[in-house]
Design a protein around this ligand. Structure first.
Ligand SMILES: [Zn+2]
Length: 174
């Protein structure tokens, strides 16, 4: 009888734990579902509008750089004008210039740079060195920091995936 009683107790505890985990997962799911909609609803309409504007501005930046790349071989002045426009948009909407685009123009005179034609792009001791033939100046971009940032984001993603896996396994057990 005693063993049966123990079994009953164990079962009861297990059931309680299950209920707890189920409730937790349900809560987490609800929070995840509501988070995005809630954030959008909680935002001030002006802030929401600003965010949308910034999103559009980022797309414009990419388009302008593409145009500069296309026009560079025929008209270098026009390519520079596109980059000026991109910079004005970037400053007006207070957005960060994407790292891929940062390496495509001179920091000093804002000319579009294509290595081999009007500039040089070299790598030396973990720094990217861009030489501009118009103003004869160098820009140095260390890419050691970026690497570390990438690795941390990767780690975060990995942890997220492991958590997801654990959750899935827990659900299977339940
Ligand atoms: Zn320059």
């Amino acid at each position: 009888m005693s063993s049966k009683k123990k079994d009953n107790k164990k079962n009861h505890l297990k059931n309680k734990e299950r209920e707890r985990t189920e409730k937790k997962t349900q809560k987490e799911n609800r929070i995840l579902k509501n988070k995005d909609s809630f954030q959008k609803e909680a935002m001030h309409p002006k802030a929401r509008k600003k965010q949308e504007e910034k999103k559009i501005a980022r797309e414009h930046l990419k388009e302008l750089f593409q145009l500069a790349d296309e026009q560079f071989s025929t008209d270098q002045a026009r390519a520079q004008r596109y980059i000026q426009l991109a910079r004005t948009i970037q400053m007006k909407y207070k957005i960060r210039m994407p790292t891929e685009l940062k390496r495509k123009y001179c920091k000093h005179c804002h000319h579009y740079i294509r290595s081999g034609t009007n500039g040089r792009i070299r790598i030396r001791e973990k720094t990217l060195i861009i030489y501009c033939e118009h103003c004869k100046k160098y820009t140095r971009i260390p890419f050691k920091k970026n690497n570390t940032v990438k690795s941390t984001t990767k780690k975060k993603q990995e942890t997220k995936t492991t958590i997801k896996k654990q959750n899935i396994s827990k659900q299977k057990e339940v």
